[in-house]
Design a protein. Structure first.
Length: 326
C-alpha cells in the first residue's frame, strides 16, 4: 500500500469497511491505535504507517478485514488517559500504543489486550508477571530506559572533547525510573563525568535551566523521554544552542535541532507491534505472549547544530549514525 493510502487511513477518512463488500461489521476486529504524535507529525514520522504496513504484511486489509481506530496525542502526556478511555469506550478488541499511552491504557482496563510498541520495564512496573509469561492483559516490546540514557551520555562524551560536567534535563512531576538515575550515575562515574540534574516545569523554564547549566560550567545536557520534551524539542534546542550547550536526547529530537538523538528505532518497533496484535486477534491471550526487549536502536546527528556550536563530529560517530542532518 502506498504512503498516501496509509496517511488517508490514519486521517480517519476510510476507517470503516466498504459497504459494497457486504461484510458483517460485527465480525471485523477493531484495533485502537494510540499514537503519541500529532496527526501532522505522524505524516513526517510514519510510525502509524509502519504499524499498518506490518498488518498488511500479515495479510490484513485495513478497512475490510480489520478496522483501525486512531488517536493522536500531540506529544502531550496529559492527553493519554483521555484518548485511551475513548478507545476503551469504542470497544476496540486490542489497543496498540507506546510509553505513556500504554501506561494510561493499562491503568484503565485489565480486560482489553494492550500491545506496547515500546514501553518501560513492565515487570518492575507491576504490569506483567515476567517477560517470558506476562500473565495479564499486556505484552509487546520493552525498552530499558536506563540503558538508553546511559548511551546518550556516552555518545555526548564522544562528541564533546574533555566533557567533565554534564546536566540531566528532567520534567517536574514526570516519574523517573530509579534504575535510570543509577545507570546514568554509574556511566558518569566510569567516564569521570559529574552529573547534575536540572528540573523544568515547561516551556518558560528551559531558558532559566540552561542559564543555570551554563553558569555551573556544564559541558553538555542529556535529555530524558517525557512526551513534552519531544513536543518542545525545537524550543529546547534553540535555548541550548544560544548558550553553547550540546545536547543528547531521544532519537527524533535531533531532527528539531538537538545535537544528537539516540533511542529505539520507532518505525521498526511499531512495524513489529503488528505481529503481537496478529497473535491476539488469532486467539492467543496477551498474558501468554512473551514480552521482547527492543533490539533496534538508532543514532541521528544534526550537523547544523554541530556547526552552530562549533563542534566537529568524530568520524566514528558519523559512521555509526543512521541519519545525518546536513
Amino acid at each position: 500500500m502506498r504512503r498516501r493510502d496509509f496517511l488517508g487511513l490514519l486521517g480517519g477518512a476510510t476507517l470503516q469497511p466498504l459497504a459494497s463488500h457486504g461484510q458483517d461489521t460485527a465480525k471485523v476486529p477493531k484495533i485502537g491505535l494510540l499514537l503519541a504524535n500529532s496527526e501532522e507529525e505522524e505524516k513526517q514520522q510514519g510510525v502509524g504507517e509502519a504499524f499498518l504496513q506490518g498488518l498488511s504484511d500479515l495479510g490484513y486489509v485495513v478497512g475490510k478485514t480489520v478496522l483501525v481506530e486512531p488517536r493522536f496525542g500531540a506529544d502531550r502526556d496529559e492527553r493519554a488517559p483521555t484518548l485511551a478511555k475513548e478507545l476503551i469506550d469504542a470497544q476496540v478488541d486490542v489497543i496498540a500504543t507506546a510509553s505513556r499511552g500504554f501506561y494510561a491504557a493499562a491503568r484503565l482496563t485489565q480486560t482489553i489486550p494492550i500491545v506496547a510498541a515500546m514501553a518501560g520495564d513492565l515487570v518492575s512496573l507491576g504490569l506483567a508477571e515476567s517477560l517470558a509469561r506476562p500473565g495479564k492483559n499486556v505484552t509487546g516490546t520493552v525498552v530499558f530506559t536506563f540503558e538508553v540514557a546511559a548511551k546518550r551520555l556516552e555518545v555526548l562524551r564522544r562528541i564533546v572533547p574533555g566533557l567533565r560536567r554534564a546536566g540531566l534535563l528532567l520534567l517536574d512531576g514526570f516519574p523517573t525510573n530509579p534504575q535510570t538515575l543509577e545507570a546514568l550515575g554509574a556511566a558518569a562515574k566510569a567516564a569521570d563525568v559529574s552529573l547534575q540534574p536540572f528540573v523544568v516545569g515547561g516551556q518558560k523554564s528551559y531558558e532559566a535551566a540552561f542559564d543555570a547549566a551554563r553558569d555551573a560550567s556544564i559541558g553538555g545536557i542529556v535529555i530524558g523521554d517525557p512526551g513534552q520534551f519531544y513536543a518542545d524539542a525545537k524550543i529546547i534546542a534553540a535555548a541550548a544552542i544560544a548558550r553553547g550547550l550540546p545536547t543528547a536526547g531521544p532519537g527524533k529530537t535531533a531532527r528539531d535541532g538537538i545535537l544528537v538523538g539516540y533511542g529505539v528505532d520507532a518505525v521498526a518497533a511499531w512495524r513489529h507491534a503488528a505481529a503481537f496484535v496478529n497473535k491476539i486477534l488469532k486467539g492467543t491471550k496477551p498474558g501468554d505472549i512473551p514480552i521482547e526487549r527492543a533490539s533496534r536502536f538508532q543514532i541521528i546527528v544534526n550537523l547544523k547544530t554541530a556547526a552552530a556550536l562549533k563542534l566537529d563530529i568524530p568520524a566514528d560517530v558519523l559512521a555509526a549514525a543512521d541519519e545525518v542532518i546536513e
